[in-house]
Design a protein around this ligand. Structure first.
Ligand code: SAM
Length: 312
């Protein structure tokens, strides 16, 4: 064997425990909010294991390829790219959702809307009924698909202006095992693709005032699609349009309408609801998130009638 045939000795790679320690230290030094969680998620993703395995086999060693993959992921995180975007997945209400550059990264605060809808459906005694849901601006589909998973007899329509976002919603629907017969994805502007009446109409529309977008944290400003953020000059453009657009899909005796809002938009959105005929006949509710901020405004039907359009 001549010298050219000799395989150069490989430097031993670090253990999983050392890799984790190193990553946490780099993320903490860069003042990331959650260095430990971020490091565990990225390391487990790059190794292709569950996070629990990091604790169970701390002395396992990374392969040279895993070292390279981890370093690439770490550098992306250090530019403030969210972990969910690096690994392509975000958990929402206990289920995993694929996220891509075409979709908003689902936020824990949006679980407030899920809780409010489920509470309303239970109050109305409709949790086992074949109710119809409409989600305007569905993105990953996290809101509609979570509700369809929680309400097994319900069906839904999810709309979005973005064909790429709808493809992600479709993929999430398949991954979560929601039958294609239960959900209809439609591309189009706001309420335009919807047809007929719905028991529940929900939307988490773009609601950031345009001038505030440049002041958002880097992980939002540079990584969420602008079309998912920009709510016009004062952030209220979509609500102005939606309160009018949803009217023909509402049965005032039964339909529940709920919008996610920015923390300081409750009174304006309540006023917009109350200025519509359907909003005047509804009871308006404000739901707060776990941090205590107003997060959703809902219009609740006042008096369900026994022989209404949505009775079983
Ligand atoms: C704030 S994101 C919400 C996404 C998802 N529902 C969630 O809660 O994570 C708003 C969504 O509205 C969509 N959108 C923006 N403009 C729209 C329009 N004119 N008509 C329909 N959807 C629109 C965006 O593509 C984006 O997916």
């Amino acid at each position: 064997m001549n010298d050219a045939d000799k395989v150069p000795p490989q430097r031993p790679t670090m253990t999983w425990a050392n890799a984790l320690r190193d990553l946490v230290a780099r993320f903490a030094a860069a003042k990331l909010d959650t260095p430990d969680t971020d490091a565990r998620l990225l390391l487990a993703h790059c190794l292709g294991v569950e996070r629990l395995q990091l604790i169970q086999t701390p002395d396992a060693r990374l392969t040279p390829d895993q070292v390279t993959t981890l370093e690439t992921a770490a550098r992306r995180r250090l530019t403030r790219e969210p972990v969910s975007r690096i690994i392509g997945q975000r958990w929402f209400y206990g289920r995993p959702f694929v996220v891509t550059p075409a979709t908003l990264d689902p936020r824990p605060d949006s679980e407030t809307l899920i809780e409010a809808v489920l509470a309303q459906v239970r109050t109305a005694g409709l949790q086992s009924a074949p109710i119809r849901l409409l989600d305007i601006g569905t993105g990953t589909g996290c809101l509609l698909l979570t509700l369809l998973a929680e309400l097994p007899q319900a069906t839904g329509v999810g709309t979005d202006i973005s064909a790429a976002a709808l493809n992600v919603a479709r993929q999430n629907s398949q991954n979560l095992g929601i039958s294609a017969a239960r959900v209809d994805w439609r591309q189009g502007d706001r309420c335009a693709p919807a047809e007929g009446l719905f028991n529940v109409i929900l939307s988490n529309p773009p609601y950031i005032p345009r001038s505030e977008i440049e002041n958002l944290d880097a992980d939002v400003r540079f990584f969420d699609p602008i079309g998912a953020l920009d709510g016009g000059l004062d952030g209220l453009d979509f609500y102005r349009d939606l309160v009018v657009g949803v009217a023909k899909h509402i049965d005032t005796s039964e339909s529940y309408v709920i919008f996610e809002i920015g923390h300081d938009q409750a009174s304006e959105v309540v006023d917009l609801l109350r200025a519509t005929p359907w909003g005047q006949s509804a009871q308006v509710q404000i739901h707060r998130d776990l941090g205590g901020s107003p997060r959703c405004v809902a219009g609740v039907p006042r008096q369900p009638t026994p022989d209404s359009a949505f009775s079983e």
